[in-house]
Ligand binder design. Structure first.
Ligand code: MG
Length: 121
Protein backbone atom coordinates (compact mmCIF):
# COMPACT_ATOMS: atom_id res chain seq x y z
CA UNK A 1 0.00 0.00 0.00
CA UNK A 2 1.26 3.48 -0.85
CA UNK A 3 1.87 5.71 2.13
CA UNK A 4 1.31 9.44 2.55
CA UNK A 5 2.23 11.74 5.40
CA UNK A 6 -0.14 14.73 5.63
CA UNK A 7 1.59 17.68 7.29
CA UNK A 8 -0.62 20.64 8.18
CA UNK A 9 -1.40 22.59 11.34
CA UNK A 10 -5.08 22.69 10.34
CA UNK A 11 -7.02 19.71 11.63
CA UNK A 12 -9.71 20.35 9.01
CA UNK A 13 -7.21 20.24 6.14
CA UNK A 14 -5.66 17.04 7.52
CA UNK A 15 -9.09 15.45 7.78
CA UNK A 16 -10.08 16.43 4.22
CA UNK A 17 -6.73 15.28 2.81
CA UNK A 18 -6.89 11.99 4.70
CA UNK A 19 -10.36 11.28 3.36
CA UNK A 20 -9.33 11.96 -0.26
CA UNK A 21 -6.10 9.98 0.05
CA UNK A 22 -7.86 6.98 1.58
CA UNK A 23 -10.25 6.88 -1.39
CA UNK A 24 -7.08 6.77 -3.56
CA UNK A 25 -5.89 3.72 -1.56
CA UNK A 26 -3.20 5.45 0.43
CA UNK A 27 -2.30 4.57 3.98
CA UNK A 28 -2.23 7.95 5.73
CA UNK A 29 -0.34 9.35 8.70
CA UNK A 30 -0.67 12.91 9.98
CA UNK A 31 1.70 15.47 11.48
CA UNK A 32 0.73 18.95 12.70
CA UNK A 33 4.10 20.65 12.14
CA UNK A 34 7.48 20.11 10.50
CA UNK A 35 9.07 18.74 13.65
CA UNK A 36 6.46 15.98 13.99
CA UNK A 37 6.78 15.31 10.27
CA UNK A 38 10.55 14.90 10.50
CA UNK A 39 10.19 12.48 13.43
CA UNK A 40 7.61 10.50 11.43
CA UNK A 41 9.95 10.34 8.40
CA UNK A 42 12.89 9.20 10.52
CA UNK A 43 10.71 6.45 11.99
CA UNK A 44 9.45 5.31 8.59
CA UNK A 45 9.75 7.27 5.33
CA UNK A 46 6.43 7.64 3.47
CA UNK A 47 6.15 7.44 -0.34
CA UNK A 48 4.81 10.98 -0.50
CA UNK A 49 4.40 13.98 1.78
CA UNK A 50 1.63 16.55 1.46
CA UNK A 51 3.27 19.59 3.00
CA UNK A 52 1.78 22.83 4.32
CA UNK A 53 3.92 25.98 4.30
CA UNK A 54 2.85 28.02 7.33
CA UNK A 55 3.02 25.98 10.53
CA UNK A 56 4.15 26.66 14.09
CA UNK A 57 7.32 25.03 15.55
CA UNK A 58 8.80 24.09 12.15
CA UNK A 59 7.54 25.49 8.83
CA UNK A 60 7.27 23.65 5.54
CA UNK A 61 10.47 25.28 4.28
CA UNK A 62 12.41 24.41 7.46
CA UNK A 63 11.12 20.87 7.17
CA UNK A 64 12.31 20.58 3.55
CA UNK A 65 15.77 21.77 4.58
CA UNK A 66 15.89 19.37 7.53
CA UNK A 67 14.69 16.48 5.36
CA UNK A 68 17.41 17.18 2.80
CA UNK A 69 20.05 17.34 5.56
CA UNK A 70 18.86 14.08 7.15
CA UNK A 71 20.13 10.64 6.21
CA UNK A 72 16.74 9.13 5.39
CA UNK A 73 17.33 6.13 3.12
CA UNK A 74 14.47 6.62 0.67
CA UNK A 75 13.56 10.18 -0.22
CA UNK A 76 9.79 10.79 -0.19
CA UNK A 77 8.16 12.79 -2.97
CA UNK A 78 6.93 16.14 -1.65
CA UNK A 79 3.75 17.90 -2.79
CA UNK A 80 3.72 21.37 -1.33
CA UNK A 81 0.33 22.95 -0.43
CA UNK A 82 -0.24 26.64 -0.78
CA UNK A 83 -2.99 29.19 -1.10
CA UNK A 84 -3.43 31.65 -3.91
CA UNK A 85 -1.80 34.26 -1.66
CA UNK A 86 1.23 32.03 -1.30
CA UNK A 87 2.08 31.77 -5.00
CA UNK A 88 5.40 33.53 -4.41
CA UNK A 89 6.47 30.64 -2.17
CA UNK A 90 6.16 28.03 -4.88
CA UNK A 91 9.49 28.78 -6.51
CA UNK A 92 11.24 28.75 -3.12
CA UNK A 93 9.60 25.43 -2.23
CA UNK A 94 10.58 23.82 -5.55
CA UNK A 95 14.13 25.10 -5.12
CA UNK A 96 14.19 23.65 -1.60
CA UNK A 97 13.26 20.21 -2.95
CA UNK A 98 9.47 20.03 -3.36
CA UNK A 99 8.42 17.99 -6.41
CA UNK A 100 5.01 19.52 -7.08
CA UNK A 101 2.52 21.91 -5.54
CA UNK A 102 -1.22 21.99 -5.08
CA UNK A 103 -3.43 24.99 -4.35
CA UNK A 104 -5.68 24.95 -1.30
CA UNK A 105 -8.53 24.21 -1.18
CA UNK A 106 -7.99 21.13 -3.35
CA UNK A 107 -10.43 18.45 -4.45
CA UNK A 108 -9.97 14.76 -5.20
CA UNK A 109 -9.30 15.18 -8.94
CA UNK A 110 -6.70 17.90 -8.40
CA UNK A 111 -4.85 15.96 -5.74
CA UNK A 112 -4.96 12.77 -7.80
CA UNK A 113 -3.49 14.55 -10.82
CA UNK A 114 -0.65 15.98 -8.71
CA UNK A 115 0.08 12.54 -7.29
CA UNK A 116 0.15 11.18 -10.84
CA UNK A 117 2.70 13.83 -11.81
CA UNK A 118 5.04 12.64 -9.03
CA UNK A 119 4.43 9.02 -10.05
CA UNK A 120 2.20 7.90 -7.21
CA UNK A 121 -1.41 7.51 -8.30
MG1 MG B 1 -0.82 26.17 7.97
Amino acid sequence: MKTCLVVDDSKVIRKVARHILETLDFSVREACDGREALDACLESAPDVILLDWNMPVMSGMEFLQALRASDIASRPKVVFCTTENGMSYIRAAIEAGADEYVMKPFDRDTLESKLQIVGLA
